[in-house]
Unconditional design. Structure first.
Length: 213
């Protein structure tokens, strides 16, 4: 979740410094950009250059996943994203080719990416890391921002969620270029924060839920 921060919307805290938000972002979008964008960029950066490569994003409709899709597209990747069918149109609007997650993923990808999938980013911690390794052929070409329990065991990159003003500034620059917009599904007033947490914990949030204070 993010937090709305009143009238001085152009400035957002980012861990080690302050970052100017693009004036085209709303308060809610600027608040939602924080950990979502820097976590996504940390996971993507672990995979090296994205240009010209085919990237699979597992859990692509969530806050981090949707940020990763849009940022990866901006960096020149061809992106396939897994999500429930109700989010397929949303993923397509971000520039990804949507597909269902779960059983039969490798077979679906063989049709969608006949030349193969080069790299994969897991944002869902759904237990799919071993399958992602099999799909791309090398644990060094897989990163996760969510599955801490299995990352070290399987030898994939683990990108921890950390506030990083440098990465957030890069996300903001993409925003100013019109190539990245934080996606907000719902906003809540502070007195409904328990409801916001309950909604997020169901794991069906498209983009971010934001609490305004």
């Amino acid at each position: 979740m993010g937090e709305c921060e009143g009238p001085d919307r152009d400035v957002r805290p980012a861990g080690r410094g302050l970052v100017l938000a693009p004036i085209t972002w709303t308060d809610e979008e600027a608040a939602g950009a924080g950990l979502a964008s820097v976590t996504a960029m940390g996971g993507l950066n672990a995979l090296g250059s994205l240009r010209g490569r085919t990237l699979l994003v597992e859990g692509a409709a969530g806050g981090v996943g949707s940020a990763a899709v849009e940022i990866a597209v901006a960096q020149g990747a061809s992106v396939i994203g897994t999500a429930s069918e109700r989010n397929h149109e949303f993923l397509a609007s971000l520039g990804a080719v949507p597909t269902a997650y779960g059983t039969g993923l490798a077979e679906r990808l063989a049709t969608l990416a006949p030349d193969g999938v080069d790299i994969a980013l897991d944002t869902a911690a759904s237990g799919s890391l071993a399958d992602l390794i099999a799909i791309v052929g090398d644990p060094a070409r897989v990163s996760t921002v969510a599955d801490h329990a299995n990352a070290h065991r399987l030898g994939v990159h683990l990108a921890n969620a950390e506030n990083d003003s440098t990465l957030l500034a890069e996300a903001g620059e993409l925003g100013r270029q019109g190539r990245y917009t934080p996606r907000i599904e719902r906003t809540y007033p502070l007195e409904r924060i328990a409801e916001a947490h309950a909604h997020a914990e169901r794991g069906r949030t498209r983009g971010k839920a934001v609490v305004c204070i």
